[in-house]
Design a protein around this ligand. Structure first.
Ligand code: ATP
Ligand code: MG
Length: 391
């Protein structure tokens, strides 16, 4: 029975003079999400976005697509009443209740919003008159203004809209309204979740993956591409940079104390990701680190890793427990891909007993052993980077 959806947004309503930028971005992200499903018409309407569906469309598929768009606070399947003139309005709302609820033994309340301030009734008047009309038309209904089982909302504009289903959206802000960041994307559980979380605040994503062939396989790389595809459903297009890290890793392995390998390797990952970030006009790096999760994520280790970065590093999982991260991974459908058993480049070169409290001075000292070749190796890694555009 629904041919349209009314979309509400929350936070972007607070953006003052820039509000239209947020509304336009949300409208465009919704268009992107719906495009593969058919010919929808998405338009802005005084503090709402309105979706008109094609004649043939799949209700559940449409809702699923809209549930992946950041910036939506709720999705309301709506019936449009072409005229808001009172008799047409009451009849339209009554017909809605009749079609929607074959069994009308429930309590209800009418809520009204009036965009057209010249409308002959105020919002409270619309509520009470409409409530009275519905009670006359359907004897089984009962009013409960405090805890109704059904809230029937009527929005009166030039046309009128009636709805009683409110499906929660993801919240957040539309992607593209808050710049771009570079995600360090591995095949693990954490980094896809980190990218999702930062993107939720309106940030577009690029991503960098370090692979180490032949120590890591094509299949491990494919897993990262698959993960990028999964999060791209939320973040939109992701340009994924695949950096061949083998020579650098072997060089570090050869020249530095083995208990410092992970930290030194992570410092070079950050440095290289930062170069790609600057090239892509990204304003920050994003990682899936969480305090204490592994040796390289103690406060000492994080300080050592952070030291080489000049861009801000966003670590949205920093204070989450693993089970909390797993919950999100399951919700956004990356978990099953993340747990596929493919080696990741860090696991191959890890020491049995990595330092947990690296001393930054000592690390810098160890890195002096790399001076001869490392800059050239970074240049080579950057010039041989593979770019995969993930939609
Ligand atoms: P994840 O589950 O995201 O792989 P992790 O718990 O395995 O994280 P680490 O391996 O210490 O933790 O990695 C910490 C962070 O460094 C990751 O969340 C990711 O952002 C980044 N990272 C690690 N390995 C790679 C890689 N091969 N390519 C790109 N980024 C990586
Ligand atoms: Mg990992």
């Amino acid at each position: 029975m629904f041919k349209a959806f009314l979309i509400k947004y929350a936070e972007i309503g607070l953006k003052g003079n820039n509000r239209y930028l947020f509304e336009n971005a949300l409208r465009d992200r919704m268009k992107d999400a719906l495009k593969p499903l058919g010919d929808y018409n998405v338009s802005k309407e005084q503090g709402r976005i309105f979706v008109e569906c094609p004649d043939e469309y799949d209700y559940d598929e449409t809702i699923d697509a809209l549930k992946k768009v950041f910036g939506i606070s709720s999705i309301c399947p709506v019936v449009v009443i072409e005229s808001s003139e009172w008799d047409a309005l009451t009849k339209g709302v009554g017909d809605y209740v009749e079609a929607m609820y074959p069994d009308r033994h429930f309590t209800f309340k009418v809520e009204a919003k009036r965009a057209d301030k010249k409308y002959p009734y105020t919002s409270p008047e619309i509520c009470s008159h409409m409530g009275a009309y519905l009670l006359r038309r359907f004897g089984e209904l009962k009013v409960d203004v405090h805890q109704p089982e059904v809230r029937i909302t009527v929005e009166v504009r030039s046309k009128a809209y009636v709805y009683s289903i409110v499906i929660p959206g993801l919240g957040g802000m539309p992607v593209g309204t808050n710049g771009k960041a570079m995600l360090l994307l591995s095949g693990g559980i954490d980094s896809p979740v980190a990218g999702y979380m930062i993107s939720k605040r309106g940030v577009s994503m690029a991503a960098t993956y370090f692979h180490a062939p032949p120590y890591t396989s094509e299949r491990a790389k494919q897993k990262v591409v698959d993960l990028a595809k999964k999060i791209a459903k939320y973040t939109g297009q992701i340009k994924l940079f695949v950096v061949n890290f083998t020579d650098i890793q072997l060089y570090i392995y050869d020249k530095c104390p083995h208990d410092e390998l992970t930290i030194i390797m992570r410092r070079y990952m950050m440095k290289i990701a930062e170069k790609l970030a600057e090239q892509e006009e990204c304003l920050g790096l994003v990682t899936g680190e969480s305090i204490g999760q592994v040796a390289s994520q103690t406060l000492h280790s994080l300080a050592a890793t952070n030291e080489v970065c000049t861009l801000p590093v966003y670590r949205p999982l920093i204070a989450l427990d693993k089970n909390e991260i797993v919950d999100i991974a399951q919700r956004i459908d990356t978990f099953e891909t993340s747990i596929q058993p493919f080696e990741d480049c860090c696991t191959i070169f890890v020491a049995k007993h990595p330092v947990t409290k690296p001393n930054r001075k000592t690390i810098r000292h160890s890195e002096k052993n790399l001076e001869e070749k490392i800059e050239d190796m970074i240049e080579t890694a950057l010039s041989t980077v593979e770019t995969i555009v993930v939609e």
